[in-house]
Design a protein around this ligand. Sequence first.
Ligand code: ADP
Ligand code: SR1
Ligand code: MG
Ligand code: MG
Ligand code: MG
Length: 423
Amino acid sequence: YECDRSQGNWKQMDAQSLKSNLINKYNVFSQAEESSLQVSEIGDGNLNLVFIVSTDLKQVIVKQALPYVRCVGPTWPFPLNRAFFEYEALKFHNQVAPELIPKPLFFDKDNSLIVMEYLAPPYIILRKGLIQRIKYPKLAKDIAMFSAKTHFYSSPLHLDNKTYREKVSFWSENTELCALTEQVIFSDPYVDSHYNKWTTPQLDDIVKTIKIADDELIVAISELRHKFITSKEALIHGDLHTGSIMVTENETRVIDPEFAFYGPIGFDTGAFVANLFLNFFSQKQHENEVNQISEYSQWLLDTTVSFYTQYEEEFLNIWNTKSNVQNGGDFPPNLINKNNNIKIAIQIKYLKNIFQDTLGFAAAKMIRRIIGIAHVEDLDSISDLDVRSKCEIAAIKFARSLMVNRNQFKNIQEVVDLAKVYY
Ligand code: ADP
Ligand code: SR1
Ligand code: MG
Ligand code: MG
Ligand code: MG
């Protein structure tokens, strides 16, 4: 359907109507299953309602948009059509990386509601697994594959110009979600906003410095904000933190792409890297000696390097083997066919730009999670505020350095080396 801007007469569906719709409208359950259907709310996200609907044999997830930001309440209205964009993004992900997402089953426009595959335990949210210090051997590779595939296949390296422009236009309608990101990541943490919160009084000084005495940082965040608004490199997930990834020891699935739009690729890779680093700095709570790096902390750094290295490798691999040169994708084919060195030079430049963006956006995302509106459990669950604030200050100082110097790093190994310095 056309992007619908009206909030309509939103009301939460009662359990009986939901069951009836699941049987008669979505065809997910049969009439015979009606008497054994159970509905329970499990949502723990910032924005939406999430339910499990189950019989003894089968379960599905029902995700319904609210007309406001869930973690704030009705004072912050938020568009219902985000459910439509989330479903459209899930459909695209299902085309290019079906093994890495929950299967989308149905979209109900009237109720701003998505039905999708339930990822049953032992699947858990990655953030929870990292807090429990569980290692995930396939995580780096799976998120590298998900990102490289979704980015490359939606980009003008693959699509012909007409299709690409149509897609940019379609996704630019997800405006309010981009506006929220612009506010909570690129503006609020750097000004006096009543939404901001931080560990006080321990962080009061550093927060004050960020807001009134760090010109270099303000220039850097302004550049990143501008890039977030103007760049249209690919269809990005838009919220690829460790709360948007579900895992078992051997499997990985990406959920919750409601923020998807055509934007800078580094915003996704940066989100994942930022959240690995946030968990890394939270690990300081467990270290007895100053600057000691536990085996788990080292695993987090190794995973960061492994993710980014495999992301670049896979992006290039797809570019070299699957790019749609004949249809107008890629860069001037005649020129490149004559001289492979030119193609390599173009690719190196392209990836360098994504790398620098990754670092800048990662830093922005770390800072917002410590002094802005929506924090992360990795740090917030540290009950001793002196211990927590030491982790947070180390993370902010690292992020600050990463953001202002983002164009100085040669590779991801240099970045994790810097993280160790601030740890
Ligand atoms: P929000 O947009 O509000 O952040 P999410 O899509 O992240 O909502 O879902 C909130 C929570 O619901 C997740 O943290 C996860 O625990 C659970 N959840 C969401 N989708 C699934 C799924 N397909 N299978 C199992 N649990 C899910
Ligand atoms: C009000 S900010 C809420 C945050 O939760 C979402 O998952 C996004 O990360 C957003 O920035
Ligand atoms: Mg979520
Ligand atoms: Mg969400
Ligand atoms: Mg973020």
